[in-house]
Design a protein around this ligand. Structure first.
Ligand SMILES: [Ca+2]
Length: 497
């Protein structure tokens, strides 16, 4: 409510003339009430009630081709397909890195994972974890009054101080690292010696898993319950499903439901889970003001053959910087602000999610440098441009494998793994990768050759020079082990001494 100063002046003059002092005091009290009410009305516009809820659904090792609207014709994903109709589908979205822990560090902090010292997949009992000095997405949103929860797989350090409750999450239910880090690993004994896989409820281990059949269902039920309990205030719900990472598990209700074997059944159940979460939002009147994001942490784990997803039409998969390793299905729906049925082809990376959500929720970015840039102008239709000039594909411990620049993808000499020509894995047992040396710079035009089959480096020296310049600038900032370069801006991970 707005009080017109003219009306106040008029009333004041009128009262001065006509009334005794006592009434004037009453008027002052009344005026104070109006001013207070006015201020509180203005505050209401920015209170948590008007901020959008955020649901981030993050699957594990799911390929680009494992969603109907991204090309799968042997798995039915009606709920994800509906998300694409109700929101935007991004065809050039990249995970922050092609492996579990690094990818998660990227999406939760807005940083290239190597900036904050998180590499590869952390093993159980690792002394390392996400540094508590970093500000996670959960911490950023909690500072705006959000209720926060993670239901699923954490994988950013299993020492107590690195666990979700110490990284901005009010609630945690799930497993601390990958679902194959357990005694039933097919290579337990010869290669690994895993302890039982703990299931956490906040900071308490409530069980050790010997079977994961109902894990997707439990995570879904927790998510629906969290939405119902928090419908009155804004919330951030992070759902990093442990599936379809091997070992694959599906509940009885989805067994045999797809035309792509157990892997397809698992995706069918994950799609069901997405549908349950979206239905819970609808049932509670939260659809319009909730941002729902769906993506995966990295491409398919091709060593597992029929238990792996598909990155078709892209080359290679998890653990490589080729398109199949990092290009992921990505859907976002936010009916209040994002048009439905939109396809966005400009490149975006998971590191951009953090600053995008900061912009939408008017949150303060951390003082420490982050790498992501807001993609809000792109998502809301104000531009068709990528938020960044280039994206950098690091792997292992700070090795810069490649760069995406416009329609171009350049690879520096490095060693990568492939299943090409190898005996594929089967029914939960992995095949063996072959290592390949890339000895020269290679360049691909992703617009005309998205499968990266024709190296055209020889024809584009100017493009290569431009990308090398960008890479050199990044090497000064974040380093490159392949060049034996230390970065100036890298920060240490959390370490338990
Ligand atoms: Ca993964």
């Amino acid at each position: 409510m707005v009080l017109n100063s003219y009306i106040i002046d008029y009333l004041w003059t009128y009262l001065t003339k006509e009334y005794e002092m006592g009434l004037k005091i009453k008027f002052i009290a009344l005026l104070c009430f109006f001013v207070w009410k006015n201020a509180s009305c203005q505050k209401n516009k920015n209170t948590p009630d008007s901020l959008p809820n955020v649901v981030l659904i993050f699957t594990d090792d799911q390929g680009y081709n494992d969603v109907g609207v991204f090309g799968a014709n042997d798995i039915s994903t009606p709920n994800l397909d509906q998300m694409a109709k109700d929101g935007a589908k991004l065809t050039n979205f990249y995970a922050a890195q092609a492996v579990c822990s690094a990818s998660r560090a990227g999406i939760l902090t807005g940083c290239y994972p190597n900036r904050i010292g998180i590499h590869n997949a952390l093993m159980p009992n690792s002394k390392k974890g996400l540094n508590t000095e970093e500000t996670t997405l959960a911490e950023m949103l909690r500072s705006k009054g959000y209720a926060t929860a993670i239901f699923g797989k954490w994988h950013l350090g299993d020492q107590k101080e690195f666990m979700p409750n110490n990284h901005g999450f009010d609630e945690y239910f799930g497993i601390p690292y990958s679902n194959d880090m357990w005694p039933l690993h097919p290579q337990q004994g010869p290669i690994f010696n895993f302890d039982p896989l703990p299931l956490y409820d906040n900071e308490m281990v409530i069980d050790t898993l010997t079977d994961q059949t109902n894990l997707t269902t439990m995570i879904t039920e927790r998510s629906v319950d969290f939405i119902e309990r928090n419908k009155e205030s804004p919330f951030f719900l992070y759902v990093p499903h442990p599936q379809p990472h091997v070992p694959l598990f599906v509940s009885d209700k989805f067994k045999g439901k797809s035309n792509r074997g157990l892997y397809g059944d698992v995706i069918t159940e994950l799609d069901w889970s997405v549908g349950e979460i979206i239905k819970a939002l609808e049932d509670n009147g939260l659809t319009d003001n909730t941002i729902v994001i769906f993506t995966s942490d990295n491409g398919p784990w091709l060593a597992y053959g029929n238990h792996s997803g598909s990155a078709f039409p892209f080359r290679e998969g998890k653990g490589t910087a080729w398109e199949g390793g990092q290009r992921e299905p990505f859907l976002i729906k936010y009916p209040k602000k994002i048009a439905g049925g939109v396809t966005i082809d400009a490149p975006v990376m998971a590191i951009d999610i953090y600053p995008t959500l900061a912009e939408v929720t008017n949150s303060k970015l951390p003082e420490k440098i982050i790498d992501g840039k807001s993609a809000w102008s792109l998502l809301s239709g104000k531009t068709t441009e990528s938020p960044q000039e280039a994206y950098f594909f690091y792997y292992r411990v700070n090795e810069l494998f490649g760069v995406r620049y416009g329609k171009w993808k350049l690879y520096f000499p490095h060693t990568y793994r492939t299943m090409d020509g190898q005996e594929p894995g089967k029914d939960g047992l992995p095949g063996n990768y072959k290592m390949v040396d890339l000895n020269e710079i290679e360049l691909y035009d992703l617009e005309s050759d998205s499968s990266e089959t024709k190296n055209i480096a020889a024809a584009y020296p100017k493009i290569i020079a431009k990308i090398e310049k960008l890479a050199n600038e990044m090497r000064i900032r974040l380093g490159d082990s392949l060049q034996e370069m230390e970065g100036m801006e890298n920060r240490a991970p959390g370490i338990i001494h």
